[in-house]
Design a protein around this ligand. Structure first.
Ligand code: MN
Length: 491
């Protein structure tokens, strides 16, 4: 269960203008928070903390924000002027995400009434510049949102950042269970787990698949009966091999219990380590992904963790996301597309229609025929995200893409699949992705965009590469070179 997070709104001021002005600032703050909390653009609640007018007050607020588990970040705004040396003591110890709003209580200048009192009360243009300097001087990762606070586009930017901040908070508490190790000889799914825990907070640990088999062995027949009834409500079961479906239900129940008991948010499996299991987990994993668990195949803990975090960032949006693999190309001139799928494990949250449960032979893994959900991915704007370990640093790569209907039926391909056109086009996108070192595994999301992921990466201090409609390979190569230099220097 996710914490009921909230964001702390701190308004900066000082005592130079008298108590009346500070009270006025506080009143305006109350109105703003009330209105912001009515906006459907903000996925999480804002809480007005107080007006910070001295170094001690600001430090106290920051220390309480750090300590409070439900505080997912602080949002600051200077209604008047707040000398920013007063913020150094607090800011140097802040460990929550930070957003700076540069806005103003009134939208327009009251031409007839404006006097120096009005100027002193409403000087965000002035105060937010002083405030901004100290965060720049301290090299603090932060988001700056500028505009009128009641405008939808302003609120949307704040809401997007909230999602990035939630990703950071959930990242810091994430536990990943690895059933088996990485697939032998595969490089891109490897990485430095200690570095990942230091940078991203992920506790990534190995469990022998035999431990999981124990949980599966203990599942009761009557619980499997119930599970099958639920499958019938949600899917069309189009197989005579009900035993195979029942076995996947058994895996699902056992796996879920293991994950719940250990408070895991993500997990991996590998077809090279299935001792004691009769089938490669397919339907079982698809269902767990749909319920919010992050998944990575072949021991890919980076994609598993990212999958879970992106789901928490997208809370309430519900268009869907999945573990994905670039599988095969359709290289038609002017209509080049990627067909993505996996052996079995694609989340039904991206299905364009009611999935079917089917049972077919699977060559890989050497086990009994596994039950799986089969469907096409839906249409829509998507991103594909991949996290790789370059040795010394993590790089998050995001490619904008458009998911399309498969051009034709594929009657001999009994697996869940999605098709998409990566931007700017397949040739440029794939060249950029390969140059960036992007994995064949990714997280596909219909809910998030590159802004969510960029802010998430910045907050965690990892590199971010965005492949999009404007990507130019020559420019991108320069970006790679500059980033290599920056990371070597440690700036
Ligand atoms: Mn794979």
């Amino acid at each position: 269960m996710m914490i009921n997070y909230e964001f702390w709104f701190v308004i900066g001021s000082q005592h130079l203008y008298g108590e009346e002005v500070i009270n006025q600032v506080r009143e305006h703050g109350k109105i703003m928070v009330e209105r912001l909390n009515e906006s459907d653009k903000l996925p999480w609640k804002v809480k007005l903390v107080d007006v910070g007018t001295t170094s001690d007050e600001i430090t106290n607020i920051v220390e309480e924000a750090n300590y409070d588990k439900s505080c997912a970040g602080i949002m600051t705004w200077m209604h008047t002027f707040s000398p920013s040396k007063m913020w150094i003591r607090g800011f140097t110890r802040l460990n929550k995400p930070y957003l700076h709003m540069n806005t103003q209580f009134n939208r327009e200048i009251p031409w007839d009434k404006i006097d120096m009192d009005f100027m002193n009360l409403n000087q965000s243009a002035h105060g937010d510049r002083e405030h901004g300097f100290i965060a720049t001087r301290l090299r603090m990762p932060r988001k700056i949102v500028v505009g009128y606070w009641r405008d939808e586009d302003f609120q949307e930017k704040v809401g997007n950042w909230m999602r990035s901040a939630i990703g950071v908070m959930e990242s810091r508490n994430l536990k990943v269970a690895r059933f088996g190790d990485n697939m032998r000889e595969v490089a891109v799914t490897e990485g430095d787990k200690v570095e990942a825990q230091i940078k991203l907070g992920w506790a990534i640990n190995y469990y022998p698949v035999g431990d999981l088999v124990g949980y599966i062995y203990d599942v009761k027949e009557k619980d499997i009966d119930k599970q099958i009834e639920m499958y019938k409500e949600k899917y069309d079961i189009v197989t005579d091999n009900i035993d195979s479906v029942r076995y996947q239900a058994k895996i699902e129940i056992g796996m879920r219990k293991f994950l719940e008991e250990g408070n895991f948010g993500a997990f991996t499996t590998t077809f090279e380590d299935l001792y004691g299991l009769k089938q490669l987990p397919g339907l079982a994993i698809q269902r767990l992904m749909e319920d919010g668990y992050g998944f990575g195949a072949e021991g890919d803990w980076k994609t598993a963790a990212l999958d879970h975090i992106m789901k928490t960032m997208a809370k309430g949006l519900n268009k869907g996301s999945s573990f994905m693999e670039d599988y095969t190309y359709h290289l038609e001139r002017d209509n080049a597309l990627i067909l993505g799928a996996h052996m079995l494990e694609v989340s039904p949250s991206i299905a364009d229609a009611r999935p079917t449960v089917q049972v077919h032979k699977l060559g890989i893994g050497g086990k009994e025929d596994p039950a799986r959900l089969v469907f096409n991915g839906k249409e829509g704007d998507i991103i594909l995200a991949s996290l790789v370990d370059l040795g010394g640093r993590m790089r998050l790569i995001v490619n904008d893409a458009v998911a399309v209907k498969p051009l034709k039926d594929m009657p001999n391909l009994p697996v869940a699949r999605a098709m998409w056109k990566p931007l700017p086009d397949l040739e440029t996108s794939a060249e950029a992705w390969i140059l960036a070192g992007g994995s064949h595994h990714s997280v596909m999301s219909y809910d998030l965009n590159a802004d969510h992921m960029r802010d998430f990466a910045e907050l965690l201090g990892i590199e971010f590469i965005h492949i999009n409609e404007n990507t130019d390979i020559k420019e991108l190569k320069k970006e790679f070179m500059y980033n290599d230099i920056a990371w070597k220097l440690g700036v």
